[in-house]
Design a protein around this ligand. Structure first.
Ligand code: ATP
Length: 382
């Protein structure tokens, strides 16, 4: 039996654990749930003798004090830690990693028996004994880490977030493996973020909040505790759904502030010219059927009506376009562009207009020319 009594840990002035008490029996899985920074890793490190802070209180294994012993001595007594991030030797083979776990005197006498036990527990490691550990998947590396800790023949196995970074399938496999470790009579102290799966395999659990244990209960009760569901199981979990209040009783969702559509301050083009676009189009259509009297064009400058001005402009555009369509393409000429522009042009209403005709721009596709550089260094067009 592992017992922690009134354990306090601090990093300088910063308290990381305060008055923490817990116990783990043989063949029992105990889970510690807590938010980031609550002190979970500090707790496991303090029990293992590797906490960098100042630790006070009592840690007992079968009544024998562990606090104050070195980490090697603590492993020798029967407490092994699988640290967060696994801590395996990536450049060594699986077999070498496992063998290194058997350095404790308590394990050396039965190294072969321990290895058999580990390989039975993780048959995948049996096939992969010669594989370099870093080339294995995350889940397989986690098996190596647990296997190595198991090689020290522990009474208590502690794991710090073993499911971190594993796919849901590998997580399932990992928690199944822990059940099998438990079946060997080994006590497991598990720090996990995956509350749902860890509570599913655990016997008991503790809530560690802000350096203190605030609650202890059986895993079954914790899994259905509304506070635990809210904090660690998420609103969408199956367990949480059981306790979800009826929609009618639910807290009303505050109404969103409504944003009222306000009229634009800017005046539209219609408002500015006093005509709608539809009016303009209809008017342009009429004009193209009945050619307007020339007088309609000439007095543009004196006509104060916006509508008439717009109609005249539209008419001019239509006429210019029609003129351009009828005109034959100009033959290439040596004369300059300015010489080619006539000074007068005739509308199809037989009215002669002074000045150059309107220019209709035609956009061509860009021409791409490819040049190749010859060995001589000269460029030639392809
Ligand atoms: P997480 O789930 O994020 O790993 P945790 O519950 O395991 O968090 P700890 O790692 O135990 O939390 O850290 C508890 C507090 O102690 C944190 O505020 C952390 O910043 C601080 N702490 C941890 N290790 C050290 C250290 N070596 N030196 C100083 N402060 C530390």
């Amino acid at each position: 039996m592992l017992e922690v009594r009134h354990l306090t840990a601090a990093y300088g002035q910063h308290p990381a654990l305060q008055e923490v008490s817990l116990r783990v029996g043989p063949g029992e899985i105990v889970v510690i749930l807590g938010a980031n920074g609550a002190g979970k890793s500090t707790l496991l490190r303090a029990i293992s003798g590797i906490c960098e802070g100042q630790v006070h209180g009592d840690i007992l294994l079968d009544g024998h004090r562990l606090l104050g012993l070195t980490s090697d001595e603590i492993v020798e007594r029967g407490v092994a830690l699988v640290p967060e991030g696994r801590g395996i030797f990536g450049d060594l083979t699986v077999r070498e990693n496992l063998t290194l776990g058997a350095y404790a005197n308590r394990a050396r006498a039965d190294e072969t028996g321990n290895l058999d036990r580990v390989l039975r527990l993780f048959p995948k490691l049996q096939e992969r004994q010669g594989q370099i550990a870093r080339t294995m998947s995350g889940g397989e590396q986690q098996m190596v880490a647990i296997g190595r800790a198991m090689m020290s023949a522990p009474q208590i196995l502690m794991l710090d977030e073993p499911s971190l970074g594993l796919s849901p399938l590998l997580c399932k496999e990992l928690f199944q493996n822990l059940r099998e470790v438990k079946a060997l009579g080994i006590g497991i102290l598990l720090v996990e973020q995956n509350a749902k799966q860890s509570l599913a395999i655990a016997d008991r659990g503790y809530l560690l909040e802000n350096t203190r244990i605030v609650h202890e209960d059986s895993a079954t009760k914790l899994a259905t505790d509304p506070a635990v569901q809210k904090a660690y199981l998420g609103a969408g979990s199956a367990a949480a759904k059981v306790k979800t209040p009826e929609p009618a009783a639910a807290e009303p969702i505050p109404a969103r502030p409504t944003i009222e559509a306000r009229p634009l301050q800017q005046r539209t083009a219609d408002q500015q010219i006093g005509l709608s676009i539809e009016d303009l189009v209809q008017s342009a259509a009429k004009r193209s059927e009945t050619p307007p009297p020339t007088a309609a064009l000439a007095p543009r400058a004196t006509d104060s009506s916006n509508a008439t001005r717009l109609q005249s402009v539209l008419h001019d555009i239509e006429r210019a376009a029609a003129e351009a369509r009828k005109r034959p393409a100009a033959p290439p000429t040596a004369a300059s562009d300015t010489d080619a522009i006539p000074t007068k042009y005739r509308r199809n209403t037989d009215t002669e207009i002074e000045g150059p005709p309107p220019v209709i721009e035609v956009y061509r596709r860009p021409r791409v020319e490819v040049y190749r550089r010859r060995p001589s260094g000269q460029f030639e067009r392809d």
